[in-house]
Design a protein around this ligand. Structure first.
Ligand code: AMP
Length: 281
């Protein structure tokens, strides 16, 4: 497995393989890798000839300086895991390499960025879009793999690709969970042992809410979900919402033919957790 730190080296390595007809798959990450990330690498290996990963803790997508400071960094273990998973090239730039000059890109994702994560993390999705577009320009992949764990981000990336006419296929990948249901996340490393025991409550509540989808109204389910978190001594809820799966706009009435998701963000101690599940009415 090759490791590059510079943009031009990375582009050159990829281009050499591309010129020999290789299909290039790309998995962008912020490191502290777990089986969720590795499932994306494995999926890329199945359909691509060369798999490229990036590890870059992107400062401009953090709206909270303390979150950036405490974000877990486990580079040595990450490289071992990527190699074992079959990754061919890892791009590990520093901030100077990604952002040598002032950042001027300003994307507009309309209503999609005004809800949920976009509403609660101002500037977050522009930071994500800037880094992903720059990475796409460096790596020029045929396919890029994104997890449904960050469901809204996946839709933002689809919109980015459309807006910028970027010739890359976005491949959505299912959420990988711990045995107790907790969605795998780099931030789980920041939970205390006590918090880690409580954390599956997030997914359990989503599952119970999805189950109620068959009988209850959307309003009733959302109120029930909000109450579960408000009554819990350890969680501080940011949102619990049911939205359509395509535009992520809040749903108020059941529309049978529309695929929908329940999405939640909540603080457990100092750690902000997000998760989502499909709901079928
Ligand atoms: P991150 O390192 O958090 O920026 O995540 C990099 C990629 O891995 C994103 O596309 C995430 O959606 C994806 N990812 C993170 N956690 C999971 C998970 N538990 N299951 C599937 N994909 C995930």
């Amino acid at each position: 497995m090759q490791i590059t730190k510079r943009r031009d080296d990375t582009s050159a390595q990829v281009l050499a393989r591309k010129n020999r007809g290789a299909v290039i798959g790309f998995v962008p990450t912020m490191g502290a890798l777990h089986q969720g990330h590795l499932s994306l690498i494995e999926k890329a290996c199945q359909t691509c000839d060369m798999v490229v990963a990036s590890i870059f803790v992107n400062p401009i997508q953090f709206n909270n300086p303390s979150d950036l400071e405490h974000y877990p960094r486990t580079i040595t273990a990450d490289l071992e895991k990527l190699e074992a998973a079959g990754c061919d090239l890892v791009f590990t730039p520093d901030a100077q390499e990604m952002y040598p000059q002032a950042i001027t890109e300003q994307y507009d994702f309309g209503k999609l960025e005004q809800v949920l994560e976009g509403e609660h993390r101002p500037g977050h999705f522009n930071g994500v879009a800037v880094v992903v577009k720059r990475l796409f320009d460096i790596i020029t992949p045929h396919k890029a793999f994104f997890g449904e764990k960050d469901y809204q981000q996946l839709l933002i990336i689809n919109a980015l690709v459309k807006q910028t006419a970027c010739p890359v296929e976005i491949v959505p990948c299912p959420i990988i969970r711990e045995a107790d249901g907790l969605a795998m996340s780099s931030r789980n490393l920041l939970l205390t042992p006590e918090e880690r025991k409580i954390a599956p409550f997030l997914y359990q509540t989503l599952c119970e809410a999805a189950e109620k989808g068959k009988e209850e109204s959307i309003e009733t389910i959302v109120q029930w979900g909000e109450m579960q978190f408000q009554a819990h001594p350890s969680f501080r809820l940011e949102y619990f919402q049911i939205a359509d799966s395509v535009a992520l706009q809040p749903l108020h009435t059941k529309e049978g033919d529309k695929a929908a998701r329940i999405l939640v963000a909540a603080w457990l101690g100092n750690v902000r957790l997000i998760d989502n599940v499909q709901i079928i009415f």
